[in-house]
Write a protein of this length. Sequence first.
Length: 342
Amino acid sequence: MPAERAAGSPKVESVADALAQLGRPPGSPPSRPVLHGAAGTLVTVGILSGRRAVTYSGAFVSDGVVRLVGPAPPPSGLAETLAAPTDSTRAIVDLLVEATRLYLERVEEVDLKLAATEEHGRSVPLHEVWSLHRDSAGVDAQVGRALVASAELSGPLARSFPGIEKVLPSIVAELERTSALCAQTRQALSDLILLRNAEESNRIATAANELSRTSNRIAALANISNIRMLGLTYVALLLGLVSAVVLIPNTAATILGMPSAGWVPGVWVDAILIVLAVVPVVLVFSRRWVLGMLRGFSSYERRAREGLSDLPELSPDAAADPSDASALAAATPRGPPTAPKP
C-alpha cells in the first residue's frame, strides 16, 4: 500500500509497526478499531480473508502525516468521484469499500447456508448451526469496528483525509444495511437453535414420561406381588402352628413309649396324651389373630397361588445376568394387574 512519510520519520509499513509505535504488543491484532497514543493514532479495518480469518489494514496518523499500513485493497472507483483525492484518501476509501463488500458477501453466504439448514431440518447437526451463528457474530463484530473507524475518519481525522466526508455517508449506509442483515440472520439462527433445543427437550421429556410409566407399572406389579406373597407367609405361619401343636403330643408319646417308661400306668399315659393334645390346640387356636387367620385362609390360599404364578421362571444364566431383561419380560404377564381382594 502506498504511504506518505515525512523525512526522518520512523518506518511504519505494517499494523505491527504501528502497534509498536503506540507501545502495544506487535504480535496481536488491534484490540480496538481506533487506538490513540503519544506517537499518533491508528485506525484499522478488518478484511475477511477466510471463513474466520481477518487481516487488518488501515492508517497510522502521526503529526498530520498519514502512513498507510497493511495490504493494499483493490481500487473501488468511489474515490475517483472526489476532486483531486490524495493517495491516503483514495486508499482508505478503497479499504472501506472492500471491507464492506466482503462483509455483505459473508452475511449472504451465511444466509444461504441458513436456508439450506432449514430445508434439511433435523438432519443437520446442531453444531453446524452454532458454527453459522459464530460466523455471523464474527462478521457483525467487524462491521461494528468499521462503523467506529468511519466515525473517527469523519470526525477528528477528517483533516488528514481531504474529501472523505463526501463519500463516507454512502459507505456508512451500506455498513448499517449489512449490520441489519447480519442481525436478522443471527436472530433466525438463534430461533433455529431454540427450536432444536425445544425439540430435544420434548424428546427427553417423552422418554422420561415413558420411563415413569414403566417404573409405575413395575411398582404396581411389585406391590401386587408383595400382597400375594403375604398369603404364602400366612400359609407358612399356619403350617408352623399346626406343626407346633402336633409336635407336643407326638414328643410325649415318643417319650412314654420308651421301655424305661413302662412303669407308668396305661390310664395315666392316655390322660397325659389327651391333655398334651388338647391343651396346645386350645391355647393356640383360641387366639383372636389365629381365628382371624383361619377365617381368611381361603383368600390367603388364593393369594399364594397368584403369587406363585407371578414368579417368572428364569434359567440360571438369565438370573446371573441382571441386565438381560428379555427373559423377565417374557415371563411377566402382559395383561393389566388386578387388585387383590382383601
